[in-house]
Design a protein around this ligand. Structure first.
Ligand SMILES: Cc1cc2nc3c(=O)[nH]c(=O)nc-3n(C[C@H](O)[C@H](O)[C@H](O)COP(=O)(O)OP(=O)(O)OC[C@H]3O[C@@H](n4cnc5c(N)ncnc54)[C@H](O)[C@@H]3O)c2cc1C
Length: 315
């Protein structure tokens, strides 16, 4: 039985859906699980965290995300609570935070894991743009893992007991840096990396206004809205929507690619989607070699039909 720590990520103060995957992973194997959450009031999260042994609430005058401050606080928690293994979501924040945490604690880190064996500190992760899967073994007395969203089946906690709540104070000592301003792109209603369905558009969308067509379909499906780099570079979509090698890596159940050719740099960002649907008017487009379902037609004719049909079927 290991002492497992989980970094519970909040977005604008709300519990992120992918935390449930971390909780489900840690619940297996009878480990002593500690959930660490940075908040002034942990009570709203206690229901979600039911099943863990201890909730560690990190409190401070200013809890706005500052990577060095968070890493310093988490490193202290790892030492104080003698956590052997510490996991987080492979989100933008996780990717920013965990390497700093590794540097501070001297622990081995495996980022972007698709599977983790907490007991034996082993993890499987994609390498070379997802062409291979590599298995990593972390040596030493501490291990850190970040886990890709949408890879672990969420299960209800077997232990329904209420966790013990402990509070630690965040060290507010000077770090030599401070946040001047946080700029939000604000274009996404649904976090692409956590989305179960994504509707994505490419250069063929021709304009920013035409992306409304995809946004309407996305609304009906409760989907996130993605884009190729060509669409972003052309100013049709914002950079937080970019999927691919230099954008986001997504892992939805359904990815609908509209007017996207299927370049390798796009594909590596969405290849683990469970089902890929491509709409492209060129039957030779390489996306069709990768898609599970293909529609050879003009997207401006197909997308409105799909939207109406899904609306009718889904009520
Ligand atoms: C280092 C590097 C990193 C990169 N990183 C990324 C990345 O992260 N993400 C990314 O996406 N790209 C990335 N790229 C760019 C990538 O190589 C492609 O250029 C880009 O993905 C192409 O975008 P696209 O498919 O929208 O455009 P295109 O390749 O121009 O394809 C448009 C497609 O739309 C189809 N089409 C046109 N009109 C219609 C219509 N009316 N109805 C239906 N279909 C239509 C066409 O047949 C065509 O297949 C990167 C490139 C490099 C060099």
């Amino acid at each position: 039985m290991a002492n497992i720590g989980l970094y519970i990520e909040l977005k604008d103060g709300a519990f992120k859906k992918s935390n449930r995957e971390l909780l489900s992973l840690a619940a297996k194997g009878g480990h002593n699980v500690h959930a660490v959450v940075f908040c002034q009031e942990a009570q709203p999260f206690m229901e979600e965290l039911r099943g863990v042994g201890t909730v560690i609430q990190v409190k401070g005058a200013d809890l706005s995300y500052q990577p060095d401050r968070y890493a310093r606080a988490l490193a202290a928690v790892i030492l104080e609570f003698k956590l052997d293994v510490f996991c987080g979501i492979c989100s933008a924040q996780g990717k920013d935070l965990f390497p700093r945490l590794a540097a501070r604690t001297g622990a081995g880190l495996v980022n972007d894991c698709l599977a983790v064996d907490l007991e034996n500190r082993r993890a499987v992760k994609p390498v070379y743009s997802g062409k291979l899967l590599a298995e990593y073994q972390v040596d030493g007395d501490k291990a850190l893992f970040t886990i890709r969203p949408n890879v672990i089946a969420v299960e209800a906690a077997a232990n329904s007991g209420a966790p013990v709540l402990k509070t630690v104070a965040m060290d507010s000592g000077d770090l030599g840096t401070h946040i001047v301003e946080v700029m939000r792109s604000g274009s996404q209603k649904i976090d692409l990396t956590e989305a179960e369905i994504i509707v994505s558009g490419g250069r063929a969308m021709k304009s920013k206004e035409n992306f409304t067509l995809l946004a309407e379909l996305a609304d009906v499906l409760n989907a996130g809205l993605g884009a190729s780099r060509a669409a972003v570079d052309a100013g049709f979509a914002t950079s937080d929507m970019q999927v691919g090698q230099t954008g986001k890596v997504v892992n939805p159940k359904l990815y609908i690619a509209c007017g996207i050719s299927g370049a390798i740099q796009h594909f590596v960002g969405m290849k683990t989607s469970k089902v890929i649907v491509a709409i492209n008017k060129d039957p030779e487009a390489s996306i069709f070699k990768k898609a599970d379902y293909g529609i050879v037609d003009d997207l401006f004719a197909v997308v409105p039909l799909l939207k109406d049909e899904f609306k009718r079927t889904l009520g």
